[in-house]
Design a protein around this ligand. Structure first.
Ligand code: SF4
Length: 458
């Protein structure tokens, strides 16, 4: 066994996960939200929060840390209410500080609201400047507060009209859960860049970034909230409204490559199966003469199995991940990223020694981890290492809620495939084409693939 290294430090980071549920007091909705957030923990590990509506008021608790660290039994009992919403966060915009944790809860002339946001606005700076000119004081550095402010200012007694008007002002990627004392509202931007789905359990509607949270709480996925759709859940049931102007289906394709949990369904597609098909397409595009296929666990595993099935080369475990890592990435500062508070990987020497190895990963961002992995395999006696990547080179930054390194640190933006092969010291390197990826994910959606293609939906 060789001592390990971090893998998550060399991946793009999802910003947030949101969850909400409408029911009645005594249903334990804060607890349901806790388990929902627990299932969405992979989408953000810095802070967690839950807000509940009770007796016309909104109460909340949020703190830095993992969901299991932020809440305990006593807190969940205290947060009893008839509607609940929650948020897990990894910061891309705004400092890593509890003031920026969500749900944001604001009081204004027509009541209170809680807002949980996944995504980034591209016109947040402009809107914030305008609001500041008008005397608005901001408490946080997150663009979600701009949205909360706009909704509060536009609410002249009809919150739904206020949300619709706000949708006409804000531009960018947003999956929102807005909770008032009487309603749970789910909103997705007109391009549908960030995911949001609708579920149900015992007649209670729920909203979640990913369907895996519904499975966790025993609910069923009904459907995705559509791009530009606002669903309103209250005592009258569920109503749906649509934004003015054009709508498109540009769901982030990286959800299928890395961000989404493999057991989630987005756009009617199971993420695990999409990754597996991507692996099969990867073999068709970049076959290799080899003895074994291994994956960079866990995110490369489904694609590696697909590659193995398509090629007939046996899939084996060559790298083992430490499963008991506990708290990671509480403060996503460079130092923490480097010193490896994250997951560790070790090589199973007996499996790779004397073998020609195909190693499959979902993406290469900086390339440093890839080179270390190749070195580890060679040190363990692998005679050849053929690196295969189940997505195209990441060449462009993301402006829609994903933490991308600066362009100079994106290896795919600065080097040719052959130069990258040389840098990571692999015997060969093959990336899946964009066409191969889209084919693997399936259906006729356009998807956002701007970090590969530079073709930004906004
Ligand atoms: S640019 Fe890439 S990471 Fe960002 S939303 Fe589009 S596909 Fe997803």
């Amino acid at each position: 066994m060789y001592n390990g290294l971090t893998v998550e430090s060399d991946k793009l980071k999802e910003e947030c996960g949101v969850f909400g549920v409408y029911g009645k007091e005594g249903d334990g909705l804060a607890r349901t939200t806790y388990y929902g957030l627990y299932a969405l923990q992979h989408r953000g590990q810095e802070s967690a929060g839950i807000a509940v509506a009770r007796d016309g008021k909104i109460m909340h608790h949020k703190q830095m840390g993992l969901v299991s660290e932020v809440f305990d039994d006593v807190l969940l009992e205290e947060l009893e209410g008839s509607i609940a919403c929650g948020h897990v966060r990894y910061s891309t915009v705004g400092d890593s500080h509890v003031i920026n944790a969500q749900p944001l809860v604001v009081k204004y002339r027509n009541g209170s609201l809680a807002l949980a946001h996944n995504g980034n606005l591209v016109n947040a700076v402009h809107l914030r400047g305008q609001l500041e000119q008008e005397g608005v004081i901001f408490q946080t550095s997150v663009d979600s507060e701009v949205i909360a402010n706009l909704v509060a200012r536009k609410d002249k007694g009809d919150i739904l009209e206020a949300v619709k008007e706000t949708m006409n002002c804000i531009r960018g990627a947003y999956a929102l859960i807005i909770m008032t004392s009487a309603r749970l509202i789910g909103v997705r931007d007109p391009n549908g860049i960030r995911p949001l789905s609708l579920g149900i359990k015992d007649g209670r509607y729920m909203l979640s970034s990913e369907s895996c949270a519904f499975d966790t709480v025993g609910a069923k996925l009904i459907r995705d909230i559509e791009p530009g759709e606002m669903v309103v859940i209250d005592g009258d049931g569920l109503q749906s409204f649509y934004s003015d102007g054009p709508r498109a289906n540009r769901l982030c394709v990286f959800e299928f490559i890395y961000f989404g949990r493999p057991d989630s369904v987005m756009g009617g597609k199971n993420i695990y199966m999409s990754r597996r098909r991507a692996g099969a397409n990867l073999f068709k595009e970049h076959p290799a003469d080899a003895d074994i296929v291994i994956s960079v666990p866990d995110s490369g595993t489904a694609a590696a199995i697909g590659y193995s099935e398509a090629s007939g080369i046996p899939f084996v475990e060559g790298l083992v991940k430490n499963r008991y890592v506990g708290r990671t990435f509480i403060q996503p500062k460079q130092r923490q990223r480097e010193i490896g508070v994250a997951l560790k990987l070790n090589v199973l020497e007996d499996m790779v020694k004397g073998k020609r190895v195909v190693m499959v990963d979902d993406s290469i961002i900086r390339g440093t981890t890839s080179r270390n992995l190749v070195r580890m395999l060679k040190n363990a006696g692998a005679v050849e290492v053929h690196f295969r990547v189940s997505s195209p080179p990441v060449q462009h930054p993301c402006y829609f809620g994903i933490d991308t390194p600066d362009r100079e640190n994106l290896v795919g933006a600065n080097f040719t495939v052959e130069e990258i092969r040389d840098k990571i010291e692999a015997d060969s390197l093959g990336y899946l084409s964009l066409e191969g990826l889209i084919e693997a994910v399936g259906d006729c959606r356009e998807y956002c693939h701007a970090c590969f293609s530079g073709n930004y939906p906004i």
